[in-house]
Design a protein. Structure first.
Length: 215
């Protein structure tokens, strides 16, 4: 079994000490931080989310896995932040107002960082105005949100409407993803970008920023 698979398993087990140790070892072995993020930390959380959605694990188990992932991610942060010139762009991320479940957000955040994006994580239950304020403060290229339940879809529309009332609409685009989110829905609310899953959300965000950089 490879080192990255070991990291993924440690996340699934919720073994904080093991996850931290394995990530530190992987860095000493000169493994790219992006690979550790994508194939280790994010891969482990994606597996846990799949099991959770199939009712194979308890809510507490996925929370423990998230704790392990965050602890291991902390080891990587100093390495990821060393060369800010290598960032393709900045993404503001957070859960929608009223949503306190952050598994989807954390997976997307992890994958985006593996794509050389600077991610500003606002946490959970973020107001529409706070998303806009953060985008202005950070001069972000994207605001990204993931919805796990249909009850949060109106919040996505509210973000688009709130942004339309500012002068950052042309510069800062919105990217939405999540199980209840569809391309048709994104078009009806005039969202800029849609992603069917976390992996594609990261890839679409990176490609968008890459195109902006090429202009």
């Amino acid at each position: 079994m490879s080192r990255l698979q070991d990291i993924s398993l440690s996340i699934q087990e919720g073994n904080v000490k093991k996850a931290i140790s394995l990530v530190a070892t992987a860095l000493k072995e000169k493994r790219p931080p992006a690979d550790i993020l994508r194939d280790g930390l994010a891969a482990g959380m994606i597996e846990m989310e799949k099991k959770f959605n199939k009712n194979e694990i308890l809510d507490s188990e996925i929370l423990i896995a998230e704790f392990a992932m965050k602890a291991a991610l902390h080891v990587l942060e100093s390495v990821l932040q060393k060369d800010t010139s290598s960032f393709l762009g900045t993404v503001i991320i957070g859960t929608l107002e009223g949503d306190i479940r952050e598994t989807g957000k954390n997976i997307v955040s992890c994958l985006m960082q593996s794509q050389r994006l600077k991610v500003i994580d606002l946490g959970t239950s973020v107001s529409n105005i706070r998303f806009i304020e953060a985008a202005i403060e950070e001069k972000a290229e994207l605001i990204a949100c993931n919805a796990a339940l249909t009850i949060f879809l109106p919040q996505m529309k509210a973000i688009v409407q709130a942004e339309a009332q500012t002068d950052i609409r042309e510069k800062t685009k919105v990217l939405f993803s999540g199980a209840p989110v569809t391309e048709w829905f994104c078009k009806t609310i005039e969202a800029d970008l849609y992603a069917p899953d976390p992996v594609q959300a990261a890839e679409i965000a990176a490609e968008h920023c890459r195109k902006l950089g090429a202009k």
